[in-house]
Ligand binder design. Structure first.
Ligand SMILES: [Zn+2]
Length: 269
């Protein structure tokens, strides 16, 4: 297998990595979480989904003039609001920021400058925004970050059968994606509907239309079983649509990103 066909950075030798054309190489960094996802989904749901979508994007570039590679996915995210459930592992904000900054500052001197963070956990969004801002300031490089569901809002509106509040956590969306990608691990017999107890009408949590006010959650307090939404409406065909549309949208972004000149991404010195 040539280095152009192997999408996982960690399966290359350093000499294969060294042959990569820096201008035509994009390194994806999947981020997610290791946190409770109700009685029916595994703890690694978020990082699994982010990694699967990242791999699918990378595969779209095999055989093209560009190489898209995955850095090792970051299995943990910031999940303090899920720590009331056993098995959840949460990083502190500054730990997550340090890991991402260290990964990029390691690869930057090797000549790589196109990075993209592909996030699978809503609770990471705030720290990712802060992190890429600090990286831009401290390392002088613009690293975009996206959460896959934000790329496909229209898709989610079209396929969603639940009212707003039904796509929040371990919900219609995440369960559908898991039913498409890993049906054998989903316990649909245990899936329960838990619509959010909205603290106010302005702070609703939903992947389609979140409220404008962010109020920190505590899933032990705010849910019974760790669900926010309606996973009973999930199915594999919705999951396939989410997966394909997210892959297509992020691939489209990656193509535009490749068209940006190096000077547009690095700070003027
Ligand atoms: Zn999740």
């Amino acid at each position: 297998m040539t280095s152009n066909n192997e999408i996982h950075l960690w399966k290359h030798t350093w000499q294969q990595v060294d042959t990569l054309d820096r201008d035509r190489t994009l390194i994806l960094i999947p981020t997610g979480a290791m946190e409770q996802h109700g009685p029916h989904l595994p703890l690694d749901t978020d990082i699994f989904n982010a990694t699967a979508i990242s791999e699918s994007v990378a595969r779209n570039f095999i055989g093209s003039e560009h190489s898209v590679l995955l850095a090792p996915p970051l299995p943990w995210g910031t999940s303090p609001h899920h720590l009331g459930f056993p098995g959840t592992i949460s990083l502190r904000n500054n730990t997550m920021q340090s890991i991402l900054t260290d990964a990029i500052s390691s690869l930057l001197p090797h000549g790589f400058y196109r990075f993209l963070i592909i996030n699978g956990h809503g609770g990471n969004a705030g720290i990712l925004t802060a992190t890429i801002s600090e990286i831009s300031h401290d390392l002088g490089i613009s690293v975009p970050a996206l959460s896959y569901w934000q790329m496909i809002k229209q898709t989610l509106i079209e396929i969603g059968e639940s009212p707003i509040g039904g796509m929040g956590h371990a919900c219609e969306m995440e369960t559908s994606l898991m039913l498409h990608l890993r049906p054998e691990i989903v316990r649909m017999d245990l899936a329960i509907k838990e619509m959010p107890n909205e603290l106010t009408q302005w702070s609703c949590i939903d992947f389609r239309a979140g409220g404008p006010v962010g109020i920190p959650l505590d899933f032990r307090r705010d849910s019974k079983a760790g669900v926010m939404g309606d996973p009973t409406l999930a199915n594999a065909s919705k999951g396939e649509r989410i997966f394909l549309d997210a892959t297509a949208a992020i691939t489209s972004f990656a193509k535009e990103f490749f068209a940006l000149d190096k000077s547009a991404l690095l700070k003027k010195s």
